[in-house]
Write a protein that binds this ligand. Structure first.
Ligand SMILES: Nc1nc2c(c(=O)[nH]1)N[C@H]1C(S)=C(S)[C@@H](COP(=O)(O)OP(=O)(O)OC[C@H]3O[C@@H](n4cnc5c(N)ncnc54)[C@H](O)[C@@H]3O)O[C@H]1N2
Ligand code: MOO
Length: 402
């Protein structure tokens, strides 16, 4: 079977992938980064009264023909406690920011432009135009105005806007459910005793963090043994509750690499297997009914690179987020030899201090088993398949790592 080019594999994976159709109603506290399922139209007007923009005195502008002049202070209007009567000629009302401007008053004088010659009187030192320092009713929005269109991703300001518009809860797209299963007889959970020839299952935690940031809800299936029945049961479980199943390990050609055989036995479609990339070659993608399956290679760097390139865009698409170009242009920090037929994604560091663009330098050791090197990397440097030798300073592309 020939290797599938990376771009082709990405395109085939996203073919027909649409945002999850199910919706749910959630509270404002959980709204960050969720996608609005319906248009949010204002249920109220903001502000729904003329409000003072400053601390000072509500006055009739016409009273201030010649300043300084003294007015009688007849009461107070505070935020949440209006002045109930009408302001008459020669009168002023002490007022605070956000408080309703009383009937009869048409301007606010800021308190810095006043003096209090006595408790009953205020001396206005400068005139003010009618409407001065007043926020008119509906200044922000009116009932019926479009606040957040369906399909938008909630940002801090739009969450606050939803609250202001009268929504205690909001209908959003349900997050895609991504089940993650680490396969392998050698694996133990973090914190458990590690016996001879065993290792700690680590990859799933990094992949879960990536998928969650891309908009997924994670279903953690823990460790699944290298056993066709166990992997089959995991597939059945995912088909019943998840949108995507990500398996880690068992994707290659060894006698204990069972993901491919189990997909076949279960009648799942295998969309593609083996990508022209390094690391991450043995990745496979398939489907069982509505479930999408990504079989990632077990080597730590391989599984994380595959997740950046395949899990993230798939989850973002299913979550209803817009497709985005994650590639950034930079310059090589070192000379590099010609590349072979597999695109290479090198763990690299990024120096943003250069004036002519970011400088990317691959880390010394690129072995796909090295998590310590991955954790040090701040970028994945892309070397296209068949790329000729490159010189320091040549343009290159990279994905910044979060
Ligand atoms: N004869 C061949 N052998 C291999 C080939 C090949 O083309 N022909 N490809 C190699 C490449 S490239 C990769 S990548 C690996 C991937 O193999 P698998 O996906 O089958 O992964 P495993 O064999 O199960 O595990 C590989 C390695 O990773 C460790 N691992 C597995 N799961 C986890 C986990 N959740 N957390 C941490 N580490 C994990 C596992 O213990 C192994 O050390 O195949 C090559 N072989
Ligand atoms: O593709 Mo493997 O991922 O080279 O180690």
């Amino acid at each position: 079977m020939s290797l599938v080019p990376v771009e082709e594999a990405q395109a085939r994976l996203l073919e027909g992938a649409r945002p999850v159709a199910k919706r749910e109603e959630i509270g404002l506290a959980d709204l960050a980064d969720r996608i609005a399922a319906v248009d949010l139209v204002a249920r109220r007007t903001q502000p729904d009264f003329d409000a003072s923009a400053m601390d000072g005195y509500a006055v009739r502008a016409a009273d201030l023909g010649a300043t300084p002049c003294d007015l009688v202070v007849v009461g107070e209007s505070a935020a949440g406690g209006a002045y109930g009567r009408t302001v008459a000629a020669g009168e002023a009302v002490r007022i605070f920011t956000g408080a309703p401007v009383p009937q009869g008053a048409d301007a606010v004088v800021i308190q810095e432009n006043t003096e209090r010659p006595s408790p009953e009187a205020v001396r206005i030192l400068q005139p003010v135009d009618p409407g001065g320092h007043i926020r008119r009713a509906g200044n922000d929005f009116r009932t019926g105005a479009m606040l957040v269109p369906a399909g938008s991703r909630f940002r801090p300001a739009s969450i606050a806007l939803a609250a202001s518009g009268g929504y205690p809860t909001v209908e959003v797209l349900r997050r895609p459910r991504v089940a993650i299963a680490a396969t392998g007889d050698e694996l133990v959970l973090p914190g458990q005793p590690v016996g001879p020839s065993q290792i700690v299952a680590s990859n799933g935690y990094g992949i879960a963090a990536l998928a969650r940031a891309a908009g997924a809800e994670i279903l953690d299936y823990g460790i699944v043994r290298d056993d066709e029945a166990a992997i089959g049961a995991c597939l059945d479980r995912a088909a019943g509750e998840a949108d995507v199943l990500v398996t880690i390990g068992g994707a290659s050609v060894g006698d204990h690499d069972l993901i491919g055989p189990v997909l076949k036995a279960k009648g799942a479609t295998l969309d593609f297997w083996k990508i022209a990339m390094r690391p991450g070659k043995p990745m496979m993608a398939g489907r069982l009914g509505f479930l999408r399956i990504l079989g990632l290679p077990g080597n730590p760097a391989s599984s994380l690179v595959s997740s950046e390139l395949f899990v993230v865009p798939l989850v973002e698409r299913l979550a209803g987020r817009p497709d985005r170009d994650r590639w950034v242009r930079g310059r090589l920090g070192v000379d590099l030899p010609a590349n072979d037929h597999r695109a290479e994604f090198m763990r690299a560091t990024l120096d943003q201090s250069e004036s002519d663009g970011a400088m990317i330098t691959p880390l010394g050791r690129q072995d796909s088993s090295l998590l310590s090197i991955f954790a040090e990397a701040t970028a994945l440097l892309y070397r296209p398949a068949g790329a000729p030798a490159a010189r320091q300073g040549d343009e290159c592309r990279f994905i910044p790592l979060g």
